[in-house]
Design a protein around this ligand. Structure first.
Ligand code: MUC
Ligand code: MG
Length: 382
């Protein structure tokens, strides 16, 4: 048997508390659920990955439960016994048989990269061709649902030198109230911060035509996914008329979506998410399409914990241009994580580790405490 053959794949659902409710157009998060993936190889190397979404099935086509079931029942049998050191062969084997399921694929690809980095003594960023920076500016999402609270939170982030880019979650409320909320926050921030909005597909095109104009005229720097991913021609029209640039997020559910959006001119910025492309290598294919088409790049998140966040960061630090920075703040929304050392944020940036693999270590006690099936595991949390 190959020394680096994959011996086992374990999937663990973990429920973690958040610092406050996080209100999106389609769902209010009261906590966050991660799916942690451990791939063990015959040479004793173990890689970890993460497949995380938002709000069960309210954001995308995969839920934590479907991710776990599909990896356990459909991915693992295809991978056990295969060479864990050949990531191309392993991922192509999955792609041949398994349609979609990019969140699950992303967690697996991440775990294989982490394992291979540990095997070769290289950070994942170097396996991806080499980093061109060591840290990434990080936006914060204001989503308490209350204007005064959001302004106070933004002021605190500026004081702490943690964030000076703010994304506001709108779309759940009445449009004029949402616009007043955004304009009040932009007024309070002035030139001290970049203010952007994410509508999470909530508007129809007629509302979006007017709202995008008002947002652009009031200094909003970017409008993310104003309308449904299904209204591609509407996105094309908005992208042509809006004074603030339009970013595609939910519109991209795979690398091929990115190509089709670029072809028709549906957005001038793409949100890059490892979960929606199938992993850190896959997301770089979408980045290449965007670069070739002259579309700006933004490092997105599915509000992953430390593992998914660092997996994304290792991919993003290899990019030539990341004009719109990133929103890799997921770990900061959690009051607890399952890593020995949390990701390091300072001076408005996330610093990307240089240790082999993703550069992180699981905290086994915390993992045992927060795993959903902990009744079967007898380790207590300190
Ligand atoms: C999304 O739609 O972009 C990213 C940041 C945040 O607050 O929510 C996510 C999902
Ligand atoms: Mg979004």
């Amino acid at each position: 048997m190959l020394a680096s053959a994959i011996q086992s794949i374990e999937t663990i659902i973990v429920d973690l508390p958040t610092i406050r409710p996080h209100k999106l157009a389609m769902h209010t998060m009261q906590n966050q659920t991660l799916v942690i993936i451990r791939v063990r190889c015959a040479d004793g190397i173990e890689g970890v990955g993460e497949s995380t979404t938002i709000g069960g099935l309210s954001y995308g086509n995969e839920s934590p439960d479907s991710i776990k079931t599909n990896i356990d029942r459909h991915f693992a049998p295809l991978l056990i016994g295969q060479d864990g050191a050949n990531i191309n062969a392993a991922m192509q084997r999955l792609d041949k048989v398994i349609k979609g399921n990019t969140f699950a694929k992303s967690g697996i690809e991440t775990a294989l990269l982490d394992a291979q980095g540990k095997r070769l003594g290289l950070p994942v960023s170097e396996l991806l061709g080499g980093r061109v920076r060591d840290s990434l500016p990080v936006a914060w999402t204001l989503a308490s649902g209350d204007t005064a609270k959001d302004i106070a939170e933004a002021e605190q982030m500026l004081d702490l030198r943690r964030h000076r880019i703010f994304k506001l979650k709108i779309g759940a409320g009445e449009v004029n109230r949402d616009l007043a909320h955004v304009i009040a926050i932009k007024k309070a921030m002035g030139e001290r911060a970049s203010v952007r909005v994410d509508v999470n597909q909530a508007w129809d095109e007629a509302v979006a035509l007017r709202a995008c104009r008002i947002l652009g005229e009031n200094g909003i720097d970017l409008i993310e996914q104003p309308i449904s991913r299904n209204n591609v021609s509407g996105m094309v029209r908005l992208n042509a008329s809006s004074p603030a640039p339009i970013m595609a997020d939910e519109s991209i559910e795979c690398v091929e979506d990115a190509f089709n959006l670029a072809r028709v001119g549906a957005a001038s910025i793409f949100a890059l998410k490892i979960a929606k492309n199938g992993g850190p290598r896959a997301v770089l294919r979408t980045a290449a399409i965007a670069e070739a088409a002259g579309i700006g790049l933004y490092g997105g998140t599915m509000l992953e914990g430390g593992i998914g966040t660092l997996a994304s960061a290792h991919a993003f630090v290899t990019l030539n241009k990341l004009m719109w920075d990133t929103e890799l703040f997921g770990p900061l929304l959690l009051t607890e994580d399952i890593l020995q050392e949390p990701p390091h944020y300072s001076d408005f940036e996330l610093h990307v580790p240089k240790a082999p693999g993703l550069g992180l270590n699981l905290d086994e006690e915390r993992l045992a405490y927060f795993r959903r099936d902990k009744s079967t595991v007898s380790v207590s949390h300190a």
